[in-house]
Design a protein around this ligand. Structure first.
Ligand code: HEM
Length: 189
């Protein structure tokens, strides 16, 4: 295996497989802290877990751009002329807010009917880790909601350091209070 191939695999596993899921967990926890109804659904309705997780994936779309595609022929797409060899960058974030995918897509709605969102991309380069990521999110976010239903973010939104330059949207750190059932703070950080 050449260094180049090894580097590509490392990039796929560490950036593709770690940072994406980690960002979904941090930003997902942030949205849950703001949406008690989503926490209630995760905690009390096991059948709602898939729905909440899919809506988090759609709404957050942490991988905002699909991999570049290169046109193999001239054609028109969305009113744009594309020539053979042109690189085409597609905003998955924009697509996931398109009315054809989700009405009022800027709104996080944990009870939203399942959508055909593009958070994992599309076609032959669609995310190979999608099902693993889904399993991780279902288990971790449900566990969080069950154990710490009164989760609170302790920083103002304006003080949070959202990543501006990473290929994966995320937050540098998310200070929270985790309350146990008797509302004692059991962890902060
Ligand atoms: C919530 C978590 C994740 C999100 C949102 C995500 C999203 C994406 C997106 C949007 C693409 C590009 C698809 C395209 O351009 O059509 C992609 C590709 C990829 N992802 Fe993920 N991913 C996640 C988790 C993972 C995990 C857990 C792994 C590995 C264990 C992984 C491995 C990869 C690899 C190797 C590719 C490249 C596939 C190819 O080029 O054929 N991803 N992912």
């Amino acid at each position: 295996m050449s260094d180049l191939v090894l580097g590509g695999i490392a990039d796929g596993v560490f950036l593709g497989g770690y940072e994406t899921s980690a960002s979904m967990l941090a930003l997902g926890a942030y949205l849950l802290a703001e949406n008690p109804e989503a926490v209630r659904m995760l905690r009390d309705e096991p059948e709602s877990v898939d729905r909440v997780v899919e809506e988090l994936l759609r709404h957050l779309t942490v991988v905002q751009l699909a991999f570049l595609r290169f046109a193999t022929r001239d054609h028109e797409l969305g009113g744009q002329q594309i020539k053979t060899g042109d690189a085409v960058g597609i905003s998955l974030l924009g697509a996931n807010r398109d009315e054809k995918i989700a009405v009022d897509g800027d709104r996080f709605d944990p009870a939203r009917e399942p959508t055909r969102h593009l958070a994992f991309g599309h076609g032959m380069h669609r995310c190979v880790g999608a099902e693993l990521a889904r399993m991780e999110l279902r288990i971790a976010l449900r566990g969080l909601a069950q154990r710490f239903p009164d989760l609170q973010v302790t920083a103002d939104r304006s003080d949070l350091d959202f990543r501006k330059l990473s290929a994966v949207y995320g937050v540098e750190e998310l200070p929270v209070h985790l309350y146990g059932r008797d509302r004692d703070v059991v962890a902060a950080g």
